[in-house]
Ligand binder design. Structure first.
Ligand SMILES: [Fe+2]
Length: 285
């Protein structure tokens, strides 16, 4: 196969700058004690920062011409805000028509309470962004988009987890049959430090993490790319890279807003994270 590259984005999260603008020092301190850096900033409304940053991401894609762009969830901060959704989709339409864009559902897109999907929240998501889990292929490689919201908690959406698991099984078998690299995307990272770490807000619950990781490993998946953590994180499961990328939008750690370039070769997957304004002149494969 001929090597190619794509751009991975995460968490443009329209509305998050306004969410954290104008909060008190106590709130900032409390978040810091949990490991999240909220920047002291005046109270604002709207999403001017998010528009600027996501426009920058789309401009970089138009300049570098990746095979495709994938947005690993949290397109918006408030899943019931039609304004936020309309704005992210308006900016996305500035992407060159030859470059496909693939949406991955985030907890802020597909769960009204930011954790639990409902049949109605999934319906709204699908109507705006398309299927919440799906597969596609490019240049001899197979890609799998997961819905980690129903992986987090399948109970309120009966049948969704079972259907997704069956789909993943079928698609991974097909990918193995075709040969070539296999790469997955999910909003929540599978885990941050170790594959057996306890469940928390940031990872896949063990009960579903274990079977999914096993299936990905058995299919020789090279990597699973995520967001959600609003900063970079690099881990691995056997040979499989488990990567969380910094945000297009509001950072919660030291990594700046930016994007990841992923190069896909027959025998390896290489990637780097770039702050906006610091991208390469061109991508060498
Ligand atoms: Fe997020």
């Amino acid at each position: 196969m001929n090597p190619f590259f794509f751009i991975q984005l995460a968490d443009p999260q329209f509305g998050m700058f306004a969410r954290w603008g104008g909060v008190s020092d106590e709130v900032i301190e409390a978040q810091l004690s949990r490991g999240f850096k909220i920047r002291k900033a005046p109270s604002i409304t709207g999403f001017e920062d998010e528009t600027r940053l996501f426009t920058e991401a789309i401009s970089e894609a138009n300049r570098l011409k990746p095979a495709f762009v994938v947005v690993c969830g949290d397109m918006v901060n408030n899943p019931v805000s039609e304004d936020e959704r309309a704005e992210v989709l308006r900016v996305a339409r500035k992407l060159h028509p030859n470059i496909p864009i693939h949406w991955v559902p985030g907890n802020h897109d597909a769960a009204t309470d930011f954790v639990n999907a409902t049949p109605e929240s999934l319906r709204i998501y699908r109507q705006a962004f398309g299927p919440d889990y799906f597969a596609f292929q490019h240049g001899g490689a197979s890609f799998l988009v997961l819905d980690s919201i129903t992986i987090e908690n399948p109970t309120p959406v009966p049948g969704e987890w079972e259907a997704q698991l069956a789909f993943v099984e079928t698609e991974l078998a097909a990918a193995r049959f075709r040969g070539g690299p296999v790469i997955a995307f999910s909003h929540h990272p599978a885990f941050l430090k170790t594959p057996d770490e306890p469940n928390d807000y940031w990872n896949w619950p063990l009960e579903r993490r274990e079977p999914l990781l096993r299936m990905l490993r058995d299919a020789n998946a090279s990597a699973v790319f995520s967001g959600h953590w609003h900063r970079n994180n690099y881990s691995s499961y056997g040979e499989m890279q488990v990567v969380a990328s910094g945000p297009v939008g509001y950072p919660l750690g030291d990594d700046p807003s930016g994007y990841r370039i992923v190069k896909v070769h027959a025998d390896r997957v290489e990637h780097d994270y770039y702050a906006f304004g610091d991208g390469p002149a061109k991508v060498e494969l």
